[in-house]
Ligand binder design. Structure first.
Ligand SMILES: C[S@@+](CC[C@H](N)C(=O)[O-])C[C@H]1O[C@@H](n2cnc3c(N)ncnc32)[C@H](O)[C@@H]1O
Length: 232
């Protein structure tokens, strides 16, 4: 991290971190560049396929059984949209598309803008079931454009996990491939915030390198690897 910050600092002509930090506080363009440099937006549809199978075959059917109303779903570091759009497509197996709503947030407005445009290269779709590609994408040259009906099911918002209040009563929270960038103190705080905004039966879904070491410490128990719920 230090190496990366120092390199960016030098690239902008600063010689000390103090000097660079002071300028970041007042120069919005420089701050945006800093944020873009550190928010790694790599994503893909159905990232870690096996877990999406578990989501489809076990997690969602159980949630639907216990919750009568539509599920409240939040993709909390949505990047360029692959994750929330994957959830919407998966949910079409259970609900009519008009009744699906997924909240998607990220700190990076640039990523959110790309998500709203919804154009992806073939690589991003490699794990997505073919039926979804045929049904919900239009091929434009080498790129794939997601359909407006899928887009309409996602509400994008800017949200900084470390600073902003969380939405309440979520039945499924996806927080994947972002906590790896945070300190242990930040993770501690975030697990508590996620616990508080999860509904009683809700599921907290993390990335493949982000298993919670002692979930009980935060009031969670593991229902499947990478899926947690509240201890009741
Ligand atoms: C590697 S992407 C993960 C995308 C998706 N969840 C996935 O697993 O494919 C990490 C995302 O976390 C976002 N991010 C980093 N820090 C954040 C913060 N403090 N609050 C919200 N989002 C953050 C970045 O902007 C980036 O889009």
């Amino acid at each position: 991290m230090l190496r990366r910050i120092t390199s960016l600092m030098k690239r902008n002509g600063f010689n000390s971190l103090d000097e660079y930090f002071l300028k970041l506080k007042t120069d919005k363009t420089l701050l945006d560049q800093f944020i873009n440099y550190f928010t790694i937006n790599v994503s893909e549809f159905y990232r870690n396929q096996t877990q999406w199978k578990i989501l489809e075959e076990e997690i969602i059917p159980k949630l639907i059984k216990v919750k009568k109303e539509p599920l409240k779903i939040w993709s909390s570091a949505c990047s360029t949209g692959e994750e929330p759009y994957s959830v919407v497509m998966l949910l079409t197996k259970f609900y009519n598309l008009n009744n699906i709503k997924v909240l998607a947030t990220d700190i990076d407005l640039g990523a959110i803008e790309k998500a709203k445009i919804g154009i992806y290269d073939e690589k991003a779709l490699k794990n997505l079931p073919k039926e979804f590609i045929h049904r919900y994408f239009e091929k434009i040259g080498n790129a794939y454009k997601i359909s407006d009906q899928i887009k309409r099911a996602v509400e994008f918002r800017k949200l900084d996990l470390l600073k902003d209040p969380f939405p309440k009563g979520m039945d499924l929270i996806l927080c994947r491939n972002v906590l790896i960038y945070f300190t242990n103190e930040a993770k501690d705080l975030l697990y508590k915030k996620f616990y508080d905004c999860l509904s009683e039966e809700g599921i907290f879904f993390v990335g493949s390198t982000e298993q919670i070491l002692i979930p009980e410490k935060y009031g969670f128990k593991s229902v499947r690897t990478f899926f947690y719920k509240k201890i009741t």
